[in-house]
Design a binder for this molecule. Structure first.
Ligand code: CUA
Length: 326
């Protein structure tokens, strides 16, 4: 499932020299404003620079030619060059405000997904309670995101959707979009949030009509359908463990899961504990209680965010990574 996702090509939705591919209704609106301002600016740049250069050459001082008497005032000309830019600026203002109001106002009837941003991954909670590290949405349906942060300021940025919205701790922020291009889009964090900020990426998968419901139903029930260790491996990938804990022994933000289960863990408070079921459960629910020596206490709590069956599945998965018993 995960491997398949990585192979999905990025959604097409024609981009241009200046702009990334278009993936939502906002893209059309935003690009229209951008190109209107761009071409008006380009036209006047060429016109004004061209005329300035032309006049400098045409009316330069020459030997034996006396400077002609120049007109001081031309009311018609002055009114024209004031009125035309005024109208153009008003058009820009109108187009910009109209697009901005639309982007800032989620429709009342929209599919709601809850977003949690934390150092350094994204979690998406669907209406049936399923949580995934990637955002899956139906095509052509307004989707409203209610977003909150576990720690610091993050920013939800999807270039192909033309949306960027800060997520500030202590308050909910909302945004919405209607995807117009099926396939994979990329979500970035656009607010510097610590060492792994640049890795705070997620996929947005836009499913064609009908397929989304099937995906959600299937995804939501995997913990009950799979053997615990396998379900645990999948939870490790979709719930954000992977971001900080490797399974190949390399140290990340947190200790590697390889050989962790059953091993003696030195803690920051100087004591040593055995990483058994209860220690791992406690570390998931209250990560700051017993922090491994050499690591910063940055892990967010998963209390209330992982069900008992899910924690058990993760522990079973860790057992498969344990060092062989001597
Ligand atoms: Cu989260 Cu940068």
């Amino acid at each position: 499932m995960m491997g398949l996702l990585d192979q999905l090509p990025l959604a097409a939705g024609e981009g241009s020299f200046w702009m990334p591919p278009k993936g939502s209704t906002f893209a059309f609106e935003v690009d229209r404003v951008f190109y209107f301002i761009f071409w008006v600016s380009a036209l006047f740049f060429v016109l004004i620079t061209g005329l300035a250069v032309f006049f400098v050459i045409r009316y330069r001082r020459r030997e034996g030619v006396a400077p002609a008497e120049t007109p001081h005032h031309n009311l018609a000309l002055e009114l024209t060059w004031s009125a035309i830019p005024l109208v153009l600026v008003f058009v820009m203002f109108y187009m910009g405000v109209k697009a901005m109001i639309n982007i800032e106002t989620p429709p009342s009837r929209a599919y709601e997904i809850l977003v949690t941003a934390q150092r350094w991954n994204w979690l998406f909670t669907y209406p049936n309670g399923y949580v995934d590290k990637d955002l899956h949405v139906p095509l052509d349906v307004p989707v409203r995101l209610t977003m909150r942060s576990e720690d610091v300021i993050h920013s939800f940025y999807v270039p192909s959707f033309r949306i960027k919205k800060d997520i500030v701790p202590g308050k909910y922020t909302k945004t919405w979009f209607r995807a117009t291009e099926p396939g994979r889009h990329v979500l970035f964090c656009a607010e510097y949030c610590g060492t792994q900020h640049s890795d705070m990426l997620a996929d947005i998968v836009v499913h064609p009509a009908g397929e989304f419901e099937r995906w959600l139903e299937d995804a939501a029930s995997f913990v009950d359908k799979m053997p615990p260790a396998e379900a645990g491996r999948r939870l490790y990938e979709v719930r954000g463990c992977k971001q900080c804990h490797s399974v190949d022994g390399t140290a990340g933000i947190g200790p590697s899961f390889k050989g962790l289960f059953g091993a003696k863990q030195a803690l920051t408070n100087g004591s040593i504990v055995e990483a058994d079921e209860n220690y791992i459960r406690e570390s998931i629910m209250e990560p700051q209680a017993k922090v491994s020596a050499g690591y910063d206490p940055v892990m967010p709590t998963y209390k209330g965010r992982l069900k008992d069956a899910e924690i058990t599945a993760i522990i079973e998965y860790l057992k498969t990574l344990a060092a062989p018993r001597k």
